[in-house]
Design a protein around this ligand. Sequence first.
Ligand code: 7PM
Length: 256
Amino acid sequence: MGIVNITPDSFSDGGQCASPISGIEHALRLLDEGADILDIGGESSRPGAQPVSVEEELQRVLPVVEALSGRNVPMSVDTCKTRVMREAIAAGAAMINDIDALQGEGAIDAVAASNVAVCLMHKQGTSQTMQLAPSYDDVVAETMAFLQARMTAVQAAGIGRERLVVDPGFGFGKRLEHNIALLRQLADFTGLGVPVLAGLSRKSMLGQITGLEVNERLIPSVAAAVIAAMKGAKIIRVHDVKATRDALQIVNAINL
Ligand code: 7PM
């Protein structure tokens, strides 16, 4: 899954991808690099990032979804906003990637009224506060229990299990020790019975381990992607599609 951030304040693309036009160009480049899914987002989920209005987010995301909707590529839209979910689905999105796991008002119904997939992600706290004091007794058990509860809730509302993806939410209200425990035990999450998505690309945990800045984290990101794939993750959310694909072909060939 290739990341298309359409956010002027996105740390990962340094504002290079701040308009729908460059968003489309970036998406086309990731497809060229071999992305199987695009994750299109118009709101930075960075801790402390400026919130974006519904109108602004729609103006960022919809032109990209519309421009790519003729192509044969599944599009995921990264949003917590119910109206953005509805309009993105109408424009051709195949998946909603909601870091709030459909806990927002009307979000479950917006997805239930369609046939798209949904990624349910765990986070502790809000995007504004989550990195202040992450705390767990057992991060793996608590994260899995949350995801299990969300799976139950959305299935009760009519979203079938075959439409669900789960994600432990690396970096979302987690300290380094928590992120390491989640990656080490990622295989446990496959026991939830739906595909597991892992997003580790360029994240600060990789910087904490290596001392490298965000623009220097390609090799640590690929290493983390390989580990996640070997632990059973089926979708790997990355900025660097070609390098990740090259590495994952080896994992797949050896059938690890
Ligand atoms: C600052 C902090 C900027 C974190 C950007 C991020 C995930 C996601 C993001 C993930 C799913 C990033 C993140 N991360 N959606 N959206 N899983 N499902 O590094 O791990 O891209 S935003």
